[in-house]
Design a protein around this ligand. Structure first.
Ligand code: CAA
Length: 286
């Protein structure tokens, strides 16, 4: 197995919100990064998001312009799958569909060198099932980053049925090398975070739908009353209602009725109101 001390280049599969965030924190922390997506426009959008996010840190004096520029220079964006062959550790962050993830892992297993650890950023799917698409299930681990990745401190480390203990250690060390802190979860649906967060969000939506309070009062009630940074409706918009619905449906399927997604989440996703990213969810955004 490739140890963290041997990791110079990090591969990131997917240049979306999570992928570009992971690529950014890896680059800021001195790794060379290969960020791969299937279309040039996705890669370009990912690179723009990295530049935008870095400029926020520069504005807040948390990074110098030179450090930000150097981080951008360390990210090589590409649509070429074979470019991932230079990676010493890979994090996958493509859409939350098991078939797609399994195809990606089968490709990574073929392209990446022997001993390279393959991590998945999945938020609810089984690490064990994803790992079974490879001939190296012992080198597959879950590294579930939180959104927005450059800002959130925590990474959930998920241990699959066959994940080797040394791989778990390397994954912890890797997350720490990105300035993150980890907690460990077993490979059970939703792990720790989404198993608890999704019913919380869905209950907030139901409370609104059932007229318990105005949406802003539900959010204020939870932020002022329990000291969380965002209330459930605001957080749902931040995460993306499509992501909330997908995660909730997976949990519902695996764990039964107590995980049933709120009707209003589904109706809004059907209407294309996905939250911040579409300009409208429970609230409206510029
Ligand atoms: N790069 C990228 N985004 C940044 C950023 C940076 N450098 N700095 C701030 N942000 C984002 C915020 O998301 C928000 O976006 P918009 O401007 O587009 O509205 C905005 O910048 C707010 O900026 P602030 O400087 O005012 O940030 P803040 O100090 O208010 O903190 C926050 C923002 C950290 C997101 C805080 O509100 C928070 O902690 N919210 C809860 C987030 C959370 O719970 N995330 C986990 C979601 S669950 C998950 O990710 C798992 C899953 O599988 C679904």
């Amino acid at each position: 197995m490739r140890e963290l001390s041997e990791v110079e280049t990090v591969g990131v599969v997917g240049a979306g919100t999570m992928g570009n965030g992971i690529a950014q924190v890896a680059a800021v922390n001195g790794y060379d990064v290969v960020m791969r997506d299937v279309e040039e426009s996705f890669v370009d959008r990912g690179m723009e998001a990295i530049e935008d996010s870095l400029s926020r840190f520069v504005r807040k004096d948390e990074l110098s312009q030179q450090e930000a520029d150097a981080a951008v220079d360390r990210v090589y964006g590409t649509t070429d799958l074979d470019a991932l062959s230079t990676a010493d550790l890979v994090v996958e962050a493509v859409i939350e569909e098991m078939d797609v993830k399994r195809d990606v892992f089968a490709d990574l297993d073929r392209v990446c060198e022997e001993g390279v650890v393959l991590a998945t950023n999945t938020s609810t799917l089984s690490i064990t099932t994803i790992a079974a698409a490879t001939d190296r299930p012992e080198l597959v681990v879950g590294l579930h980053f939180m959104n927005p990745v450059p800002v959130m401190k925590g990474v959930e480390l998920v241990v699959g049925e066959k994940t080797d203990e040394a791989v778990v250690d390397t994954a912890h060390e890797f997350a720490e090398s990105l300035g993150k802190e980890t907690w460990e979860a077993d490979d059970k649906p939703g792990f720790v975070t989404n198993r608890i967060l999704m019913p919380w969000i869905n209950e907030g939506v139901r409370a609104y739908d059932e007229g318990v309070a105005a949406k802003s009062d539900i959010d204020r009630g939870m932020t002022l009353g329990t000291n969380v940074p965002m209330g459930p409706l605001e957080l749902a918009d931040h995460i993306g209602l499509d992501v909330v619905l997908d995660a909730s449906e997976t949990l519902h399927e695996e764990l039964g009725d107590r995980y049933k997604p709120a009707y209003l989440v589904k109706r809004k996703v059907d209407a294309g109101d996905l939250g911040k990213k579409s300009g409208k969810g429970f609230y409206e955004y510029d």
